[in-house]
Design a binder for this molecule. Structure first.
Ligand code: ADP
Ligand code: MG
Length: 316
């Protein structure tokens, strides 16, 4: 395409809510044959809600919610926001947290309590016999297992059931025991299936990429029309490994577009042949990308591909 055509295409993109970093970006869409989609916040809204809480035998539900909610209140993750909000709704004010840690792609931990102040805050509901200073861990079962807190059978069952329903479950534990499973539900954006259908019309193979578990990923993939199987649904990928997935696809000869919203997608977006950031996502994702989709709607990604193909004269 002529420089003039590329300029016009870039201007047309802005009208469509597609911010293009430079005219040369349109050229790089030419050979794209694979489109990798982050799940949370890209295919789904990322606005989760806490839907069920299951506690292990003999555990106090309110205490599980209070402690898990308190630690999650220090995190910006969509799962964390849902748990903190849901816990607050059920048990009221959440205690303070010390030594908060974010275990990227795995969960969070922190000490809930710290004595009299918190005892006062939780008042008469304070549970006797538990050490307020114990580290509370919330996240993937692997994170708890690593700390000597495997899931008891009844929690394992709650976890599996949630995953089969396409929901994300996280475990909460402290003091050497997993105490509860908290289930959050995300919503698939109602525009995602249509967008994925359009990617296929352009001859692109859609691939779902997520840190979430395989059952949730499979359920979301089925709902939006992504083929099942290990080539197209890639789950339980640690944030740092998303970029490795992109590199592997490239090494297989694929030309890869990637759409993502999170800090954890930034390296993959930068490595992809074409990086598309969801405009409602994080600055890190936007900075790493060639294109920003202002509306946060996956159909804009299809518009972007069509625009560039038109601009390059490969379609009308
Ligand atoms: P995605 O790739 O879908 O955007 P992440 O990489 O952010 O997801 O997280 C992967 C998994 O790690 C989540 O599905 C969840 O099980 C766990 N996790 C991450 N952050 C948290 C948190 N703050 N609280 C609980 N679990 C978390
Ligand atoms: Mg995400």
């Amino acid at each position: 395409a002529t420089p003039m055509a590329l300029m016009v295409g870039t201007g047309r993109g802005a009208q469509l809510g597609i911010l293009i970093k430079g005219p040369e970006v349109l050229e790089s869409t030419r050979a794209v044959d694979t489109i990798v989609l982050d799940k949370t916040g890209t295919v789904t809204t990322g606005r989760h809600a806490l839907v069920t809480t299951t506690v292990a035998r003999g555990e106090d539900r309110a205490e599980v919610l209070r402690r898990a909610g308190a630690v999650e209140d220090a995190s910006e993750h969509p799962i964390a926001r849902a748990i903190a909000a849901g816990a607050r709704e059920e048990v009221g004010a959440l205690p303070a947290v010390e030594g908060f840690r974010n275990h990227e792609g795995l969960g969070v931990s922190g000490r809930v309590g710290g004595g009299a102040g918190v005892r006062r805050a939780v008042g008469a509901d304070a549970v006797e016999g538990v050490d307020d200073d114990e580290v509370v861990v919330v996240g993937r079962p692997a994170l708890l297992a690593e700390r000597g807190m495997p899931l008891p059978q009844e929690l394992e069952a709650a976890f599996t059931e949630a995953a089969q329903a396409g929901r994300t479950a996280v475990a909460a534990g402290w003091g050497g025991k997993a105490r509860g499973v908290l289930v959050v539900a995300d919503q698939i954006k109602d525009t995602s299936a249509e967008a994925i259908g359009r990617f296929r019309e352009f001859g692109l193979t859609p691939v779902l990429l997520t840190g979430d578990n395989a059952a949730v990923a499979a359920s979301v993939a089925a709902e939006v029309g992504i083929d099942p199987g290990p080539e197209t649904v890639i789950a339980e990928v640690m944030p740092a490994d998303k970029v490795e997935v992109v590199r592997r696809l490239q090494s297989e000869g694929r030309v890869v577009a990637m759409v993502g919203d999170g800090v954890n997608d930034a390296a993959a977006l930068a490595t992809a042949d074409l990086g598309l950031a969801i405009g409602t996502g994080t600055d890190a994702a936007i900075e790493a990308s060639d294109l920003t989709l202002v509306r946060g709607d996956l159909r804009s990604a299809a518009d972007a591909i069509r625009l560039s193909r038109r601009t390059l004269g490969t379609i009308r």
